[in-house]
Design a protein around this ligand. Structure first.
Ligand code: PEP
Length: 263
């Protein structure tokens, strides 16, 4: 269902009217985690100033450590909905458990399935039935074929509004959090008709790498980028070191505004 063999034209996925794919280069930005109403609103304003058309923000956080901040749950979803009402930015947010899909879909404009859940087949199937577009991140240890097969689980349930997100894979390299597999973008775009975006924040894991990796993503022909921003990353409850700050926003806006011309 997601293969380009049976679907030679590339798909555009619409998230509350915002296109991802086709001639568009879509920027999604926001905090890694929803922490407070003020932090989320300020991050959304940063996202908007950067030219983002969609707001990201996790209310359910799949953390490596069970002692780390796990997200605000439904309280976080309500904060996102309030910020959407205030800024007009539709929401992309992660769901980590099949049992929560209906609840999250009640608030979200797009469901995000994270790297750790790429092969959580019950979650993929539930997301496929939720009536919302789905962003499927590549598993950090997954081949491109496994990633596309995971997308197939969603599509099989009748939902072809799927966006693939390359977010870096595990390699021997320790200088970056993950290794951004930039070649995965054109490979996945050739094998599949689905739009492919890049997460330069979770791949690089360091603020100073996010803008260069964003440029790389766009130069290689990605359909968009999803970027962490935070008004006070030094106090962030999740992934502060990779969040862009206020002073980075003009450059992100510049990338968002000028590089689509290269496509
Ligand atoms: C995220 O985008 O918030 C996230 C946890 O990303 P990943 O699943 O790629 O680690």
């Amino acid at each position: 269902l997601v293969s380009s063999e049976n679907h030679p034209t590339r798909s555009t996925v619409r998230v509350a009217g915002v296109p991802i794919g086709g001639d568009h280069m879509t920027v999604i930005a926001g905090p890694c985690a929803v922490e407070t109403p003020d932090q989320t609103l300020r991050a959304a304003q940063m996202a908007k100033a950067a030219g983002a058309a969609l707001l990201r923000g996790g209310a359910y956080k799949p953390r490596t450590s069970p002692y780390a901040f796990q997200g605000l749950g439904e309280t976080g979803l309500k904060i996102l909905a309030d910020v959407r009402a205030e800024t007009g930015l539709p929401i992309v947010t992660e769901v980590v458990d099949a049992a929560d899909v209906e609840l999250v879909a009640g608030y979200a404009d797009m469901l995000q399935i994270g790297t750790r859940n790429m092969q959580n087949f019950a979650l993929l199937q539930a997301a496929g039935e939720a009536g919302r577009p789905v962003m499927l991140k590549r598993g950090m240890n997954a081949t491109i074929e496994e990633w596309l097969m995971a997308a197939e689980y969603i599509a099989q349930r009748g939902n072809l509004d799927i966006v693939l997100c390359e977010r870096g894979i595990r390699t021997f390299e320790k200088a970056t959090r993950n290794t951004l597999d930039i070649s995965a973008v054109p490979v996945a775009q050739r094998l599949s008709h689905l739009p492919v975006i890049v997460d330069p924040s979770h791949s690089g894991g360091k603020r100073e790498l996010v803008l260069p990796l964003s440029r790389a993503a766009i130069a290689v022909g990605a359909d968009g980028i999803i970027v962490d921003v935070h008004p006070h990353p030094e106090t962030a409850l999740c992934d502060g070191p990779q969040a862009l700050v206020d002073s980075d926003i003009p450059e992100l806006a510049d990338i968002a505004a000028t590089l689509p011309a290269l496509l």
